[in-house]
Design a protein around this ligand. Structure first.
Ligand SMILES: Nc1ncnc2c1ncn2[C@@H]1O[C@H](COP(=O)(O)OP(=O)(O)OP(=O)(O)O)[C@@H](O)[C@H]1O
Length: 297
């Protein structure tokens, strides 16, 4: 089973918020959606889930178009954390709405997870703390048993112990191979621990679809030291400079090859060391712009 997004476009206030976004997600995968503030991550989730109408493009599940088959909506679950229309209802009352919408809603799972995280079924959502509400939306999503879960900043406001528990719930759900989970998050280090793939958005476009395992074997983060302060042009042309401190340059090469190493050696660094590469490095390498460098330096 797979969910396919093809050429999705959405304009908001004359801005091209989503621009020709295409990707496919298979059951069993956990996919991160990353990008800077305001780049369109939430808009992408809202558009896939039918809260916003796409201007162009289509979404299919196993080849069937979502738009022409409204019953396929039960295959998707997106609890928009900003939706506050249920705040006067209790946790259980909200679950009843979801039971009506999702034929496979698992009331036992819902009850068990609420109890495990000490959330009271009869408490009104408006009386939940921010973290409790965030946790509730995740539990609700998981309990729908929808194959495709969309979570927007699911770790926001959760304490470190709950965050770890939530991550393990999500890993278990994906491991059943009955669920694919897409997570939009700025919490890159925690995200990196559980995702298989990362979709990177920039200016409304999908600029990278990283398979994390492949990325780790192909990319390289190097610390290089040169005798003078002149930065060899090869570094800018073939890599992303992450930081410059005096004569010490940290650079990420996304496609590191033997030929590139030979070319690097020819630039005569006095020192070269490989550093561990993280998702944060790729984020910084791709999404930092000139203005940010001024702020950072
Ligand atoms: N309903 C709306 N009305 C007006 N502008 C909107 C609306 N929804 C989204 N936008 C705009 O679309 C752009 C993308 O917003 P979106 O919330 O998708 O970004 P995001 O990547 O999720 O950001 P963040 O990381 O800060 O949560 C922003 O410029 C935002 O102001």
């Amino acid at each position: 089973m797979s969910l396919k997004v093809n050429g999705l476009c959405k304009q908001i206030n004359q801005e091209q918020t989503l621009d020709q976004i295409s990707f496919e997600v298979q059951l069993g995968q956990i996919v991160g959606v990353i990008g800077r503030n305001g780049v369109g991550k939430t808009t992408l989730f809202r558009t896939i889930n039918g809260q916003y109408l796409a201007d162009q493009g289509h979404i299919t599940i196993d080849g069937e178009a979502l738009l022409s088959q409204p019953n396929l909506r039960t295959q998707l679950s997106f609890v928009d954390p900003q939706a506050n229309f249920f705040r006067g209802a209790t946790a259980q009352q909200v679950a009843w709405y979801y039971q009506a919408a999702y034929p496979d809603f698992d009331q036992d799972k819902f009850t068990q997870l609420l109890a495990r995280y000490h959330l009271a079924k009869n408490q009104k959502l408006r009386h939940f703390s921010k973290g409790m509400f965030g946790l509730f939306t995740i539990i609700l999503s998981v309990a729908t048993n929808a194959p495709y879960l969309f979570l927007d900043e699911p770790l926001d406001g959760l304490d470190v112990i709950v965050r770890k528990n939530v991550l393990s719930i999500l890993i278990d759900e994906a491991a059943t191979q009955k669920r694919a989970i897409m997570i939009a998050s700025h919490n890159l280090s925690e995200l990196e621990g559980i995702i298989d793939r990362a979709l990177m958005l920039k200016k409304g476009r999908l600029i990278h679809d990283y398979q994390l395992e492949t990325m780790r074997s192909q990319a390289r983060k190097l610390q290089l030291v040169y005798r003078d302060k002149q930065i060899p042009s090869l570094l800018r042309e073939q890599g992303h400079i992450v930081s410059v401190s005096g004569r010490v340059i940290v650079v990420v090469f996304e496609d590191f090859t033997l030929a590139l190493q030979t070319a690097l050696t020819a630039t005569k660094p006095v020192f070269q060391e490989t550093l561990p590469l993280s998702l944060t490095d790729l984020f910084m390498a791709n999404l930092t712009d000139a203005g940010d460098y001024e702020l950072l330096s």
